[in-house]
Each structure stands twice: as structure tokens, then as C-alpha cells.
Design a protein around this ligand. Structure first.
Ligand code: FES
Length: 160
């Protein structure tokens, strides 16, 4: 399996940040970076990462299937993760999630027909003080009301 030169450079920098012999500790970020390019965790990707880290594919598969942010199915171009854990729930996160599903016409872990948006109900994003919080790819948005969500969606649509 071949990766883009950009991803190869990113992986090389990542691996160089670990002490010699400890490269396997880079497994999760390596899978995340590769997922950004490939779109999802495929069997080929598991095998490639295993080869590079001198692990068995089953060891990589175990980790890949444990973390919810590592996806077996491709997400939309804009992957919207809405927290409905306790702080966000108390501040309207549940209603925000339902509003977002209605706006996009999809349910949890589904992708719009054009592939541009996907939505996922998630546990704590670590932004409890600014609840309700959501994340679009790697960008955080805090204190999101349904009205602010509509504005965000418009910005994302116009950026296409
Ligand atoms: S509970 Fe939502 S970010 Fe922590």
C-alpha cells in the first residue's frame, strides 16, 4: 500500500518522535493520520501499519476496533461529532444532536448522499466548560445552540 508524500512525511516525523524501539507507541496516531487520507480503516491499511510497526495485523486490528474515532466505514468530508455526555446533555446537547440530524436528514453514524457530511453522537470531547460542544473534523465549536449550528452548516456548505 502506498501513501501520499505528505502522509509519508507526517508518519516519518511521528515515528521520529518516539525513542528507538518504542515505535509501536505511535500506533493510534499513525492509524488516525492514515485514516485522514484513506478515509477509513481498511484491512490493507491494518496490514500496512502492522508491517511498518513490526506488529501482527491482529494487534493493530484490536486497537483499531477499540477506539470509536477509528472508523471501519468512511465518514463524510465534514465529520460532525456532537457530545451528549453529562455536561453537554444538561446544556442542550441532546436537542442539538437531534436538530443536527434533522438538518442533515441523516442519523447517528450516517453519511449524507453527497458524501459531504456525517454525524456522530460522541462521549465527552473534553470541552465540558463550554458545553454543548461539537467537533467538525479536528475543529472544536463551543456553546453551540441550534441557531449556531445552522450558521456553522451554512459556512461549511459555502466552503465547498
Ligand atoms: S460532556 Fe461534552 S465535552 Fe465534556
Amino acid at each position: 500500500m502506498t501513501f501520499s508524500p505528505e502522509l509519508e512525511a507526517r508518519l516519518a516525523k511521528l515515528l521520529a518522535s518516539y525513542p528507538a524501539g518504542q515505535e509501536r507507541s505511535a500506533l493510534v496516531p499513525m492509524l488516525l493520520y492514515a485514516q485522514d487520507e484513506v478515509g477509513r480503516i481498511t484491512p490493507e491499511l491494518v496490514a500496512e501499519v502492522a508491517r511498518r510497526l513490526r506488529l501482527q495485523p491482529a494487534q493493530v486490528e484490536e486497537v483499531a476496533s477499540y477506539y470509536s474515532m477509528l472508523r471501519q466505514r468512511a465518514a463524510g468530508k465534514h465529520h460532525i461529532q456532537i457530545c451528549t455526555n453529562i455536561s453537554c446533555l444538561l446544556m442542550g446537547g441532546g436537542e442539538l444532536f437531534e436538530h443536527a440530524c434533522r438538518c442533515l436528514g441523516i442519523g447517528n453514524k450516517e453519511v449524507t448522499a453527497d458524501g459531504k457530511f456525517s454525524i456522530e453522537e460522541v462521549e465527552c470531547l473534553g470541552a465540558c466548560s463550554w458545553a454543548p460542544a461539537l467537533q467538525v473534523n479536528y475543529d472544536y465549536h463551543h456553546g453551540v445552540t441550534p441557531e449556531k449550528f445552522d450558521q456553522l452548516l451554512e459556512v461549511l456548505r459555502q466552503a465547498e
